[in-house]
Design a binder for this molecule. Sequence first.
Ligand SMILES: NC(=O)c1ccc[n+]([C@@H]2O[C@H](COP(=O)([O-])OP(=O)(O)OC[C@H]3O[C@@H](n4cnc5c(N)ncnc54)[C@H](OP(=O)(O)O)[C@@H]3O)[C@@H](O)[C@H]2O)c1
Length: 364
Amino acid sequence: MENGTKVGFQNGKITMPNGTKKEVILVTGGSGYLGLHLIEALAKGFSSQYDVAYTYQSHPPSPELHQKLPNVHSFQVDLRTGRGLDIISSTLGHPRVVVNCGALSVPRMCEQDPEAAMAINIPRSVVEWLLSQDMSIPPLLIHLSSDQVYEGDKSFYKEEDETKPVNVYGKSKVASENYVKSNYSNYAILRSSIIYGPQPVVPVPKSLPLQWIDRVLSTGDGEGEFLVNEFRCPIFVTDVVRVVELLIAKHAEGGMKLVLNLGGPDRLSRSDMADIVAQVRGYKMELVNRVSTLSMDRGVVSPVDTSMDVTKLVAVLGITLTDFATGIALTFNDKTSVLPKKIETTQLTTTTDKNNNNNNITNS
Ligand SMILES: NC(=O)c1ccc[n+]([C@@H]2O[C@H](COP(=O)([O-])OP(=O)(O)OC[C@H]3O[C@@H](n4cnc5c(N)ncnc54)[C@H](OP(=O)(O)O)[C@@H]3O)[C@@H](O)[C@H]2O)c1
């Protein structure tokens, strides 16, 4: 290849053969559920402007993933030590945006190994690596936190409410937020509720919340138990992807310091979720085994009500959030699904984005 026709790397940007430069978006923890949804959407939606890369720890990309997303770069990185991050810099340059999905994300596992939870969930190695480059505005860090930073003793938490986690997972997320706020100057922290939706571009092995409910109800053996008194604001994965895309677009305007609740528009108990799955999927409502205490020990204390006020999310990004029933129908790609006419849930947000009416369906 002649000089000037090679792909090159300069100041964190890829130099393309025709002289145009691409910046890099990196998804750390890109081999997980949300990460895979993100890399697929970003590779499709932002490919003209950005090169998309991701990190994995124990799940290297499968041949199927390579085939489906041939232009996405993958790197093995251990977030506890940062080993592997320098290879990204030396190969692609420093990223313009990092979306940190890397985590020990199962609360029970955090409870069993608090040291690992803190070491993985506090993004120390990523922040130190990002700060090692000299830029007037450091790369945007979009960091995934959790609704479990809240104690869970009231409804509709606002971002400025006190954080008072009841388990190790929540404590590690509070510590991660504090670390980012104290050490970094260009960030968006997303306090996410349960993320639900279809399997990503290649399926992940872990159990997904809607698919689990659907399996329990479809077998009709009454095995599953659904709490009537534990409340969440589950968010459709496509909405999460859209939030990240909007933050990346907003980033072009300059640095940010944002903390946002990331939840769907409905405050639902676990049994409400099962009821709506039953309604949309056409299962008998009697199959929903409603309980106030689980007979099985989950191995971790779970906050009772982490429902969130998402007014700020809607106001800052102008996003329309998908209601739970529609999210179920979209998850199962079920055109014949019966959407209940009126779902008895508590909703706080009413804002809609008139320019963006289809964003729930088309963006990933
Ligand atoms: N999914 C939800 O309902 C939900 C709700 C609230 C908040 N969140 C937060 O959103 C983020 C993404 O969630 P998710 O469901 O996509 O999580 P996930 O499926 O459990 O994925 C976790 C990712 O972290 C990586 N990882 C784990 N340990 C690592 C280590 N030592 N070094 C480097 N990478 C490591 C995993 O890599 P390998 O698999 O390759 O090892 C995987 O890519 C997490 O921060 C989670 O806490 C998720």
